[in-house]
Ligand binder design. Structure first.
Ligand code: BES
Ligand code: MN
Ligand code: ZN
Length: 500
């Protein structure tokens, strides 16, 4: 879909649909609403009087213009109460309207800068929300469906603004929204692919494609190189599979220095069977999504490379399958991670923290100034926070706050969990430096603390996205399947750090 901004009188534009907004409780129609109402011989005000149009958030009323306007249809899209309007509500409203119009086989839409000027929302923020809401809400994953879809695709969305002085901010917001949404879609595509189409080698190829397209440097370490570096934890997990593991490194250089201002680390288990500690058969297929952290990090780098913040970013993606092959890791085995710490394996299903240990070891070896890791790490986090909220853990409150604020800006909900020292007791091993599970109690916390051991004193934040990476029912601008969380949070974080 092509999204553009133009100056003019929206009532004079040809389109399959014009989308206008109504705030809940609006009594008097003014501006463009009254112009279009007049053209429709008072059709809109009549529907309001009759109570069919209320302006509630998510309400979409379709009116056929029957030759009274150059556009074939008018949609009155409710934005809810003025005092409650947010950028994220605009994303959701736009997604809902676009989905409805796609169902009517609409190809071209014109709309106003929805929500701009309301509740402190700038034209730039509104345009960004429109672009993100439309692109993310209309996302489908049909790569493996050979049958044609029942609906066509919306080809054009034009934001029409009356005031020339708002053009530049609208265009900037629109472009940023497109970059953000397309990166999110890249992550969704990778996560939605089943593991036979998204092996560690395929992930490395995706990363290389991103690097080539947007001008990043890329390096993919193979097994031999991992052995030289002493990545015993990652190699331990990889032993049960015939697919070769890959350690993917992307570098973005936004300022003239060799310092790494932030390392983004993403867990990429391209399929998690549990290994010898095999998972139950029911819903095991969901574990194709156990590479969501890695996908988010690679996709965020695509957006960062386009937005060009003044900051240096290194992305690290340890990628492997976790399978119970003949050479597989077994409970009670002991591994040595990069940097020398030994780990007792209690469950081979607690593999995410193992591959993260080596990735954090690599980040520290390269003296990254901050580390943010993203992982579908624990079922316990899903129990605690469901599919709505990502769990946040960290050793540095300033960085934690920055991540949560970046999430809020993206509409990606996050909640900080405690990592008090007392919990560390549960990770103590009698035969090695640490063990890889701390029991059922506080499972998300002990997993985070395990990862934190390998961050040392580097400011570090861990995002547990086990619940938020995929959903089985559509929600606002998210559709069934991969959500692309937390791509937009990571991009916001990096751009705000760069501005400081
Ligand atoms: N990939 C899983 C975590 C997960 C669970 C992600 C549900 C998405 C949905 C992780 O590797 C895992 O298996 N964790 C175990 C840890 C346990 C063995 C200590 C878990 O949470 O059960
Ligand atoms: Mn597992
Ligand atoms: Zn896993």
């Amino acid at each position: 879909m092509e999204i553009t901004v133009t100056i003019g009188d929206i009532s004079q534009f040809e389109a399959d649909a014009i989308v206008l907004n109504l705030l809940e409780g609006t009594k008097e129609l003014n501006g463009i609403l009254s112009v279009v109402d007049d053209a429709l011989d008072g059709g809109i005000s009549q529907l309001i009087t009759q109570g069919e149009i209320k302006g509630k958030l998510g309400e979409n009323t379709l009116i056929h213009s029957l030759g009274k306007l150059p556009a074939t249809r008018v949609v009155i899209a409710g934005l809810g109460k003025e005092s409650e309007l947010t950028q994220d509500r605009i994303r959701g409203a736009v997604a809902g309207t676009c989905q409805m119009l796609r169902g009517k086989n609409v190809k071209s839409i014109t709309t106003v800068p929805q929500g701009a000027g309301v509740a402190g929302i700038t034209h730039e923020a509104a345009a960004q929300a429109i672009a993100e809401g439309a692109l993310l809400g209309l996302y489908t994953f049909r790569r493996h469906i050979t049958k044609e879809p029942e609906h066509g695709e919306i080809e054009k969305l034009t934001i029409v603004e009356a005031d020339q002085s708002n053009l530049i901010s609208l265009e900037q917001g629109c472009r940023k929204g497109e970059v953000m949404a397309k990166a999110t879609i890249l992550a969704r595509d990778m996560v939605n692919e089943p593991s036979n189409y998204m092996t560690p080698t395929d992930m490395a190829q995706e990363a290389s494609k991103v690097a080539e397209t947007y001008g990043l440097s890329v390096e993919v370490l193979d097994k031999e190189r991992m052995e030289e570096l002493g990545m015993g934890a990652l190699l331990g997990v990889a032993r049960g599979s015939h697919q070769p593991p890959k350690f993917i490194i992307l570098n973005y250089k936004g300022r003239d220095s060799d310092e790494i201002d932030i390392a983004l680390v993403g867990k990429a288990i391209t399929f998690d069977s549990g290994g010898i500690s095999l998972k139950p058969a029911a819903n095991m297929g969901e574990m194709k999504g156990d590479m969501s952290g890695g996908a988010a990090v690679i996709a965020a780098m695509a957006a960062i490379a386009q937005l060009k913040p003044v900051i240096n970013v290194m992305a690290l993606v340890p990628a492997t399958e976790n399978l119970p092959g003949g050479s597989a890791l077994k409970p009670a085995d002991i591994l040595t991670a990069m940097g020398g710490k030994t780990i007792e394996i209690v469950s081979t299903d607690a593999e995410g923290r193992l591959i993260l240990a080596d990735a954090l070891g690599y980040a520290r070896k390269h003296e990254a100034k901050r580390i943010v890791d993203v992982a579908t790490l624990t079922g316990a986090c899903v129990v605690a926070l469901g599919t709505v909220t990502t769990g946040v853990f960290g050793n540095n409150q300033e960085l934690v706050d920055q991540v949560i604020a970046s999430g809020a800006e993206a509409g990606e909900k996050m909640w900080q969990m405690p990592i008090y020292d007392e919990y560390k007791e549960q990770n103590k091993s009698s035969v090695a430096d640490i063990k890889n599970t701390g029991g059922r109690n506080a499972g998300a916390i002990t997993a985070a603390l395990f990862v934190g051991e390998f961050a040392g004193d580097t400011p570090w934040v861990h995002l547990d996205i086990a619940g938020t990476n995929m959903i089985d029912k559509p929600r606002k601008y998210e559709v069934k399947g991969a959500t692309g969380v937390p791509v937009r949070t990571l991009v916001n974080l990096v751009t705000t750090l760069a501005e400081k």
